[in-house]
Design a protein around this ligand. Structure first.
Ligand SMILES: [Zn+2]
Length: 386
């Protein structure tokens, strides 16, 4: 497609999105998050009710290389933006950027597998990684393509359309991505070299995060992202709390110093939840919820709510639901009731056994939960002006 034609399509699509956003205030996660940040009750639950990829329905085929033309790539993302409405799930005028968890792997010279969600197909030894040193935080790997992606989004979309930060993981997740299994043994077998390398990765993480904010600009960043940094700690669930304190926390704290707030993706790991809650005075958001097959277990929501009490911390609740729709309904309702007294909760649920053919039932359940919120949560939410 030629550029002028694509630009025309982009403008048309933006006008459509503008309309869809206006007629669905009840699905707007951006509006819900404004309330969550302000610790105010919200009129709509804006909860997510999902199913996983249904291979039996032919889903889960690989995605094409996204950077063939930045304009066409933008158009694809705009097309996807209101797709969650099909399951009555949240939408927002926020454009994703980057390539998911593996986004920074190419900066370290690693080959990524598009069909597996851009995760690295190779790893480096600690000796190789140290020899290679810190990648250029602006020019290495796919960073120039991501910069172009961001600049095109800024140029071709209006200012009310926000631009999300790419997924930069966290210092230890990156070390795991680069070094593979050696990231778990090197702290004991080559502690000095491990610490030297983590320093390099941490500096890169901070520099890249600053660059992305510079490229996107404060005006275009989504709510809360100017002052906060996200650290994903998934790999910490493979080590002990003591390992985290000794070998990972010092670097996370170094990251945290650069921003007003820290937002932790715990992957629901119980010791990650506890240690990060204890260690970061500026913790602004964390996570909890039932995940059946998690390596290190999961953080119960009731416990998490109790532990954060008295601190202004956003709790993202992410949980797996039973296959039975009645059981799932009772489960979610119990969670929604927590919002009567806590306005800093977000809700995301996934039916791990639900198939594509269950979609009508998922939508019906969604409507029942919306009604429940309207009758049992919103009118009784304390502190609101409703
Ligand atoms: Zn994770």
């Amino acid at each position: 497609m030629d550029r002028a034609f694509v630009k025309e399509k982009i403008a048309e699509r933006i006008a459509e999105i503008d309309q869809e956003l206006k007629i669905h205030p009840e699905r707007r996660s951006d509006l819900a998050w404004q309330k969550i940040w302000q610790n105010q009750p919200r009129q709509y639950p804006v909860l997510s009710l999902n199913r996983i990829t249904d291979i039996s329905a032919g889903e889960g085929k690989s995605a094409p290389h996204p950077f063939s033309s930045p304009e066409e790539h933008l158009l694809t993302k705009l097309d996807d933006l209101t797709r969650p409405l099909a399951l009555l799930n949240p939408i927002a005028p926020i454009l994703p950027t980057g390539l998911g968890p593996g986004t920074l792997a190419t900066c370290f010279g690693l080959t990524v597998q598009a069909e597996a969600g851009y995760v690295p197909a190779t790893s480096l030894s600690l000796a190789q990684a140290l020899k290679q040193g810190m990648p250029d935080p602006e020019k290495s790997g796919w960073l120039p393509l991501i910069k172009q992606e961001i600049l095109v989004a800024r140029e071709l979309t209006p200012s009310w359309m926000k631009i999300a930060l790419p997924d930069t993981q966290g210092p230890f997740n990156l070390a795991h991505l680069i070094l593979g299994n050696e990231s778990f043994t090197a702290p004991f077998t080559q502690p000095e070299k491990f610490f030297s390398y983590l320093e390099i990765v941490t500096e890169f993480f901070v520099e890249v995060n600053k660059k992305f904010r510079e490229w996107i600009t404060a005006e275009r960043l989504p709510e809360g992202k100017v002052d906060s940094v996200s650290i994903a700690e998934c790999s910490v669930n493979l080590v002990s709390a003591d390992f985290y304190r000794r070998f990972i926390l010092p670097f996370d704290l170094r990251v945290a110093k650069n921003w007003k707030y820290v937002d932790i993706h715990t992957c629901s790991g119980p010791h990650v939840f506890q240690v990060t809650l204890d260690s970061f005075p500026n913790l602004v958001a964390t996570e909890a919820g039932f995940i059946e097959k998690a390596c290190a277990g999961w953080t119960p929501v009731e416990l998490a709510v109790r532990l954060i009490q008295g601190r202004q911390i956003i709790l993202r609740i992410g949980e797996e639901l039973p296959a039975d729709f009645n059981q799932a309904e009772e489960y979610v309702k119990k969670r929604l009731l927590l919002a009567r007294n806590n306005h800093q909760l977000s809700f995301s649920f996934t039916g791990m056994y639900w198939k594509k053919t269950d979609e009508p039932a998922i939508r019906k359940l969604h409507r029942r939960l919306d009604d429940f919120w309207a009758k049992e949560v919103w009118p009784l939410a304390c502190g609101g002006k409703n």
